[in-house]
Design a protein around this ligand. Structure first.
Ligand code: SF4
Ligand code: SF4
Ligand code: FES
Length: 237
């Protein structure tokens, strides 16, 4: 069985992107997109549909088990983990389109520079200055938040996030909500102010990010909990 793969490619950060069509024979339909990319790159001579030799496709992966977030990309226009997207789900259309996440600078082909995610956390000073101790009622929230892969899929669908903007988006609020939920009364007031400035004020609460998270994080619950702890109670103090 053959499948057509349409890939958005880019040589480096300064060059223009272009689209390439490659046809690939697959022996089984339970391949993931990650396995498909590995199979394509294993060809001694990878060729496009017009028979021209093309370079190997640059993309990132590490765990191949939905645990690291490195393989996040746009698959038929939706942000997904390549190691968690199955070719069989795209066979009806007969074609898979692959593109880099659009909210980050492209390093090469499907690899993007997600350092803004970490820079935004550093800017909010969202790091530990003591060991976290959770109350029983907060452990669920903290555990949920700790599952974030920093993949950036939620930022892709957020209409209000762009790299370099004042709104830091879902990925930042998930990490911050973990620290905030462990703060004792009167603690973390600076972090709560940062939360209000860089998350609460910019978030339209549309919840476009609600069902996109590959880790299954419940954005709805985390967002309302963090707003409550950081902003609503903060106003009441
Ligand atoms: S919240 Fe989910 S979608 Fe967003 S960065 Fe974390 S794991 Fe990815
Ligand atoms: S609720 Fe809307 S604006 Fe807020 S982080 Fe999610 S997608 Fe972005
Ligand atoms: S390679 Fe780690 S999540 Fe896909």
């Amino acid at each position: 069985m053959k499948i057509l793969i349409e890939i958005k490619r880019q040589e480096d950060v300064d060059s223009k992107p272009y689209t390439q069509l490659i046809e690939q024979e697959i022996e089984r339909d339970n391949l993931t997109v990650a396995s498909l990319l590995r199979t394509m790159n294993a060809h001694l001579e990878l060729k496009d549909v017009e028979g021209r030799k093309v370079s190997k496709i640059s993309w990132e992966c590490s765990c191949l088990q939905k645990k690291c977030g490195a393989c996040a990309m746009l698959i038929n226009g939706k942000p997904k983990l390549a190691c968690d997207a199955f070719v069989r789900d795209y066979l009806k259309k007969g074609r898979i389109s692959l593109a880099p996440l659009s909210k980050f600078p492209v390093i090469k082909d499907l690899i993007v520079d997600r350092s803004i995610l970490y820079n935004n956390l550093k800017d909010m000073k969202a790091y530990l200055d003591r060991e976290l101790v959770f109350k029983d009622k907060d452990t669920d929230t903290a555990y949920e938040a700790s599952r974030c892969l920093m993949c950036g899929c939620c930022l892709e669908v957020c209409p209000n996030f762009f790299a370099g903007g004042d709104f830091y988006g879902t990925a930042s609020f998930v990490s911050v909500s973990r620290l905030i939920s462990a703060a004792k009364k009167g603690e973390a007031s600076e972090l709560k102010k940062e939360y209000e400035e860089h998350i609460y004020k910019g978030c339209g609460k549309s919840l476009a990010c609600k069902d996109i998270c590959p880790a299954g994080i419940d954005m709805d619950r985390l967002l309302s909990k963090s707003n409550e702890v950081s902003v609503w109670k903060f106003f009441r103090q």
